[in-house]
Design a protein around this ligand. Sequence first.
Ligand code: ASP
Length: 333
Amino acid sequence: MLPRVAIFAMGGTIAMAGRGERGVTPSLGADALVEAVPQLAEVASIEAETFRLLPSPEVTIPDLFALADAIEQAVADGADGVVVTHGTDTMEESAFLLDRILDLDAPVVLTGAMRNPTLAGPDGPANLLNGVRLAVHEPARGLGVMVVMNDEIHAARYVRKTVTSNPAAFRSAPAGPLGWFAEGAVRLAGRPGPRRAIAVARDAEVAPVALLTVTLGDDGRLIERALDAGYQGIVMECTGGGHAAAWVADKLADAAQRVPVVMASRTGAGEMLRQTYDFKGSEIDLLARGMINAGWLDGLKARLLLTLLLMAGGDDAAIREEFSAWLDPDPAH
Ligand code: ASP
């Protein structure tokens, strides 16, 4: 008896073909994706569903909550693992969000393609096959949501798309990939830290959180505009380890009196500083004036975490505690 895998297709390049006049558009449903990879039948018994057919910038948080429900149902109905095919543009965000709201032992693997099926050397079929191999791999149980691309396995909490258009676009920072595939075998070299699932009602209203970036010479006016526009939280991608110009720091400090303001690094990798620089607008100054430290989460992930915490009704203390827990992925320390 082969293990059972549920595949949910969301769209993305893996499902794009030449139906548009000027380029490819999402066209292929789950069955077509599965039919293109006959080797899948040797690895698992597959049930495939076209859940959405979207370019991934159009995936929304309610879409992901609905997908989480469907994943839980598939596992309750006996699936050993789940694969989600998804556009690569926002795959890291969907993976991170699902990893926060799902509390399952069954592996949940997101995969997609950088080269669409009309190009020479499309990577979608190989990625899908690897995704299913990981979904049925017993030692991958309990690892949470993962991303499989280009023969590598990434933890949802670390993965980022780092290149616009080559198959090696996905990287894990600050830690490296969890593993890789060799001649079809799954190699797991590491485990992510413990899962930190957040209990959010699946019908909770989405809490809008703005993601802004500190840029050279900018006066920070978007900070005030974001509050006027009704954002309930702000994530600011600061320069380096957590810095902003003195005049931007003043605006951030004002905003932090009204909504949670999280500081991440615009470098996209590495841990935020806490106790190195002490000029006005430095990390010491910003933290002393109420900013929340994103630790090693990048801006995109910090924004989703803050969104979910606000949706869960977390107060200021709960939000701070959750962010600080991410600074140390091993609670035994
Ligand atoms: N370029 C994207 C992809 O790789 C399009 C999308 O994200 O839907 O799938």
